[in-house]
Design a protein around this ligand. Structure first.
Ligand SMILES: [Zn+2]
Length: 397
């Protein structure tokens, strides 16, 4: 680079009317121009490779006809793509230049909760993932992750790293990307050295970390709650552990599947951004929900993850339940210890030092129990809910 500059400067130095500064400027402009041309070529190459394999993917896939699902993915996808094309995110692994693409989003009819992307911004989501997610925030998180793989040009990077050692076969990489979980996954990958090399060199880990962080960077700029990225990772990690054959891993980087570690890394980033972790706002699995009590007429229950926590009766049952649900959600979102839930005076249930709710004699009569019994049962129920949350958040490995 430097010798080129000197050569340009020397060859032009015979022109007496030009200053050295203007010559150096011109030399740098030429270098910049060259780099820009190279950059455009690289992006074009990604789009060409992606388009080629998109044809293959689309030949082998059955697309959903559910227009609501398609519209949802395209709406959230377009929003996240716009942000990606306006944001020069930090890439901890991959191409660090500001890469923009014309992203497309399609929905494949397949049960595994999976998504993947091809070079050049071709993003695919499976119907199983859309059934799995519990909010647009979670969908945005998954799409932001997939967009980041394309944006950071992970396949091209992997290809370049790999080619330093062995000749690599792009079709093999693409076959690996397309391979979601299930029995075929192993068969497709067996006998190919590329994945073991990628894993051996830690590239799959680095690619996943980079896409997770890239996703967070897009999420904090979006209207979606970044916690959605964490909750979807936490629940996918549970699936990964309990049903590895139903793996939700994302294509070639499947050797670094959803895990507690990845969710924890995201939580750390949110902390750095000063973003509160609000699981109740992005996931129904982590939310206290108010419903009519189907056993007692006029009464209202609060449920958590499908189980009843408590029931209120009387004229203002609904108002009290709504207020209590807000307080319960804030309390549970703070990941308290189970012992922090306790009974207080006059039918009160405490969360730490805060009053979460208060039972009335009317509540007790409606359920044929004493106020003290209601308190005792409710404390146990809330502790049970906290225990369920703890399993999902902390004990996923
Ligand atoms: Zn990934």
């Amino acid at each position: 680079m430097l010798s080129t500059l000197v050569a340009i400067a020397l060859s032009l130095s015979t022109t007496p009317t030009r200053s050295v500064e203007s010559l150096v400027d011109e030399a740098w402009q030429q270098v910049d121009k060259k780099a820009e041309i190279q950059h455009q070529d690289d992006l074009k190459s990604d789009v060409e490779v992606g388009a080629k394999y998109a044809v293959e993917v689309e030949k082998q896939s059955k697309f959903t006809t559910d227009t609501d699902m398609i519209k949802r993915v395209q709406r959230v996808g377009a929003e996240m793509a716009d942000i990606a094309n306006q944001t020069h995110s930090i890439a901890t692994w991959g191409d660090t230049r500001f890469n923009t693409f014309n992203y497309t989003f399609k929905v494949i009819q397949k049960d595994e909760p999976n998504a993947f992307s091809l070079p050049g911004g071709y993003v695919y989501v499976q119907t199983g993932l859309l059934k799995f997610i519990e909010s647009d925030d979670e969908l945005a998180g998954v799409l932001a992750h997939e967009i980041s793989h394309a944006k950071f040009r992970h396949i091209a990077t992997l290809q370049r790293e790999q080619s330093k050692m062995t000749m690599l076969s792009l079709p093999v990489i693409i076959a690996a990307i397309m391979t979601s979980g299930g029995a075929n996954a192993g068969a497709a990958i067996t006998g190919t050295s590329i994945l073991s090399t990628a894993v051996g060199n830690g590239w799959s880990v680095k690619a996943e970390q980079a896409a997770d962080y890239g996703g967070i960077q897009l999420m904090v700029k979006s209207k979606y709650n970044p916690t959605g990225m964490v909750t979807v990772m936490e629940r996918l990690a549970l699936v990964e552990n309990s049903q590895p054959q139903y793996s939700s891993t994302l294509g070639i980087f499947r050797d670094h599947p959803p895990s507690k570690e990845r969710a924890d890394a995201m939580l750390q980033k949110l902390k750095q951004y000063n973003i509160p972790v609000e699981r109740s706002k992005v996931s129904t699995s982590f939310r206290a929900i108010v419903k009519p009590d189907d056993k007692i007429a006029g009464a209202v229950v609060i449920t958590f993850d499908g189980r009843n926590l408590l029931s209120f009766a009387g004229n203002n049952a609904l108002t009290r339940a709504d207020e209590a649900a807000v307080k319960l959600n804030t309390f549970i979102d703070s990941s308290p210890a189970t012992f922090e839930v306790a009974t207080g005076m006059d039918g009160v249930i405490l969360g730490g030092t805060q009053k979460l709710l208060q039972f009335t004699p009317e509540d007790a009569v409606a359920q044929g129990k004493s106020v003290a019994e209601l308190q005792r049962l409710t404390v146990l129920n809330i502790r049970g809910a906290l225990y369920m949350v703890a399993i999902r958040i902390w004990e996923t490995h």
